[in-house]
Design a binder for this molecule. Structure first.
Ligand SMILES: *Cc1c(COP(=O)(O)O)cnc(C)c1O
Length: 238
């Protein structure tokens, strides 16, 4: 996967280091996370809160850190956990307490709650605004025109740090249509930068469309099936 990302970056004149891999481990078990962590992967993404919390506990128990903070098993530092699923506003507290990043903020109510509930002992929560560029009825994310106002709210919140934008375009096999959607995200991103906001992250691109996303400036690609294989069915109720 790192080779695929590096090739996509080079193909559009970017440095492979500019694009980070977020391993989307939803529905995969702690063994899968531990195996990938053993090969050096640090960033993991989860969509479902209860599943994520149980998995983190199991991974933490089986991957003891030495007092230096380095893991005995793989010589690496702590894992970085990203929440990438939709957020219900009554579920913000456990997210604020146990994740490093949240990619899918789409309204100021959720942003304010996450900031209020982020424990002082932890670093500020790193967040992205999810923008909807799919034009579909089943949208998730804010309208592109609302992103600037939401960004201004977030930069005023003490326990959040705005990093950039995230998007999930409508699925299509057509690379031209893929790029057109990612280009819309990039346009919003550049508008935030032009307004003086210090954003550095474009979280976009998944197993099927990461080349198009990288060509439009993605700095984090979120990859599940192309890393772990087909997803097993999920236990309902989360
Ligand atoms: C599941 C998921 C992914 C990974 O999708 P794949 O097609 O398996 O690579 C990325 N981002 C989000 C928000 C997801 O829910």
């Amino acid at each position: 996967m790192l080779e695929r990302i590096a090739n996509a970056a080079r193909a559009c004149g970017r440095a492979p280091d500019d694009v980070a891999l977020l391993a989307v481990s939803k529905t995969f078990d702690a063994d899968a996370v531990l195996e990938l962590a053993g090969s050096g992967q640090r960033d993991f993404g989860e969509n479902y809160l209860q599943e994520a919390l149980a998995k983190r506990t199991e991974v933490g128990d089986r991957r003891p850190l030495q007092s230096s903070g380095r893991s005995q098993a793989d010589g690496g530092g702590p894992l970085v956990w990203h929440f990438i699923g939709p957020i219900q506003s009554n579920k913000t507290r456990p997210i604020a307490e146990s994740f490093d990043w949240v990619h899918c903020i789409d309204r100021d109510k959720v942003a304010r709650r996450l900031s209020e509930q982020r424990p002082d002992a932890l670093a500020p929560l790193q967040v992205c605004i999810q923008v909807d560029v799919s034009g579909e009825a089943t949208k998730s994310g804010c309208d592109p025109e609302e992103a600037l106002a939401l960004a201004r709210v977030i930069v005023g919140l003490p326990r959040l740090r705005l990093r950039g934008l995230m998007a999930i375009p409508a699925p299509t096999d057509d690379p031209v249509a893929q790029r057109a959607q990612f280009a819309r995200v990039r346009t919003v991103f550049e508008r935030l930068q032009a307004e003086g906001l210090a954003v550095d992250t474009l979280s976009m691109g998944m197993s099927a469309d990461l080349e198009a996303a990288i060509a439009e400036g993605a700095t984090i690609v979120r990859v599940g099936t192309a890393l772990f294989g087909a997803r097993p069915p999920r236990v309902p109720g989360d």
